[in-house]
Design a protein around this ligand. Structure first.
Ligand SMILES: [Cu+2]
Length: 254
């Protein structure tokens, strides 16, 4: 009997797992688009590339947080405005790249992992990120200051929510595609961020080396768009066959 009791919790957990697997079926209720799945992993292709910068060196701009010591005290030296970050290798950081058109109509699975936007030193970090429609976007406040997270979407509902110093995280989702949603903080006028909301998983943000990669695409003819907050948007058409790895390089200037 003791043995049964000992193992019963595991058994119960097993039953729960089975029933929760059955419970994942409700996703099929969203029957407008075909169910996820059908991309054959043996046939997928990748597109990689970079965003180069050929313009004049952007003028260095700094943020003054002097009026708010709780923010200023967390920084040493000048605080750069990161609206145009040219990497040491001549590429651009914070370019949002995504598949704008060409994908089959399909309901793509939403990643279970959340995307995180932190507030630290009264700066949104990262400044640019992507999230899938319906995916959790988590805001954390690691500052001793109150923030007020305020997206200004085109296609989604606008909201603004206060977040206490070192307060509880905010978990939000956006239901519709939106390229890009500017964010501000109603307390600190210099705080800016941009979130790209896409109805599929084929998006990326260029990093410290200016590169990006879009992996696992079904074969097809695609239009990629690259967006930069100051330097506008560009498109490149790319055709990929099964197992291809193609390159798409964008070039920006001011
Ligand atoms: Cu703030």
């Amino acid at each position: 009997m003791a043995l049964v009791l000992k193992f019963f919790p595991a058994l119960a957990a097993g039953i729960l797992m089975i029933s929760s697997c059955g419970g994942s079926k409700p996703e099929e209720k969203k029957a407008e688009a075909p169910a996820p799945a059908a991309v054959d992993p043996a046939s997928v292709a990748d597109i990689t590339g970079k965003a180069t910068y050929t313009g004049e060196k952007p003028a260095a701009k700094t943020i003054s947080m002097d009026a708010v010591p709780a923010c200023a005290n967390q920084h040493k030296g000048p605080i750069p405005v990161e609206d145009t970050v040219v990497n040491p290798n001549g590429t651009l950081k914070n370019v949002f790249v995504y598949v704008k058109s060409g994908l089959p109509a399909r309901q793509w699975p939403v990643p279970s992992a959340a995307v995180v936007m932190d507030q630290k030193g009264c700066i949104y970090t990262p400044r640019v990120l992507g999230v899938m429609t319906g995916q959790d976007l988590v805001f954390t406040n690691n500052d001793p200051s109150m923030h007020n997270v305020h997206p200004m979407p085109k296609n989604n509902k606008e909201w603004n929510t206060s977040q206490a110093p070192k307060g509880e995280k905010l978990v939000k989702q956006f239901e519709k595609e939106d390229i890009m949603i500017p964010f501000k903080c109603n307390v600190h006028p210099w705080m800016k961020a941009y979130v790209g909301v896409v109805a599929h998983p084929f998006f990326a943000v260029t990093s410290d080396d200016g590169s990006f990669s879009l992996k696992g695409l079904p074969p097809g003819d695609y239009t990629l768009e690259a967006w930069h907050e100051k330097l506008g948007t560009q498109e490149i058409k790319v055709t990929v066959a099964a197992k291809d790895t193609k390159t798409a390089d964008f070039s920006f200037k001011n």
